[in-house]
Design a protein around this ligand. Sequence first.
Ligand SMILES: *Cc1c(COP(=O)(O)O)cnc(C)c1O
Length: 376
Amino acid sequence: MKVPLLDLKAQYSSIREETRNALDEILDSQYFIGGPKVEEIERRVAEYSEVKGAVGVSSGTDALIASLMGLGIFRSPLDRDEPDEVIIPAYTFFATAGCVWRVGAKPVFCDIDPDTFNLDPDQLESKITPKTKAIIPVHLFGQVARMEEIKRIADSHGLKIVEDGAQAIGAVRNGLKVGNFGDCAALSFFPTKNLGGIGDGGMVISNDEALLKKVREIRNHGMEPKYFHKHVGGNFRLDAIQAAALLVKLPHLDDWGRMRRQNAAFYDLAFSEVPEIKTPKILPENYSIYNQYVVCVPNRDECMEKLKAAGIGCEIYYPLALHMQECFAPLGYKKGDMPNSEYAAAHSLALPIYPELGQERLEAVAKALKEAVARK
Ligand SMILES: *Cc1c(COP(=O)(O)O)cnc(C)c1O
């Protein structure tokens, strides 16, 4: 039985008519950038996330950039000082680090907690210097990082927090949803995220009205009023067709999340008797939305080959920790600096977790992985 890592067509078939009607409405209006649909999805996502406001932007990456710029972390050509530093986990999607670099700040890597794949607060304080301006904790694979500890450290040093919530819209920790822990959070609507658009899109959500206003200006070249520029911003705008497609999907998000969680529960149980397969640990105070279900196995590359040969989709998120990336070689990190991130990069494997998987496919995945780890 073939099982793809992700099957977006299964989901689309359940909302096909509604989506096409929504797109038709946009085409008939010929209003493509910003406008009422963008305002509506901003309102809806803010409500859903239980925050004061939201600014729709062109991608999750741009949500991170606009957030950093909004918080004043942006090096101007007139700036002769040493660059600001921003602390981020060494194990995350590249965008978290790339955005720090692109605003002219220096990414400072912190290792992860090997159980959750999230930034380890116990190692955070040792990374802080007088140049540190902010921390970007990532809620990786849909589970919120240990934000109380991170916030306590940030507050005691006067640091800003941008949550990278690209994989974690609606994820909860101790009763709070993503976006309520930091100064703001960046969301992504890349099609593989839990709330995926029909192209690129993202959002900045926050409880800080002044920050939201500034990000709203930065999204459109820092322009307010028209052709008067208070700050330098960019074109980080969200398209109306993305907003329209997202408005169709948002009401289903919680149901789809519950289906992902049921799939995860099935795998947890199926692998509970296989000591070689380390299943993802979700802390009791967390409600994960399982953007990914990532296990660690000793013979990862072999497992991946065998699963692929058996027609089971799987993927490595992420095969090389960020401090080892070629583009960051000038930062001077070396192998061994972030052992938990390096371990995760060498042993992690993401399995299909999409809502529409169904029992038969779940069983096929579990069976194939059990066989792959056993035949070492
Ligand atoms: C997807 C992702 C991003 C970037 O989002 P895009 O919409 O693809 O630009 C940033 N951080 C993390 C952790 C992500 O998974």
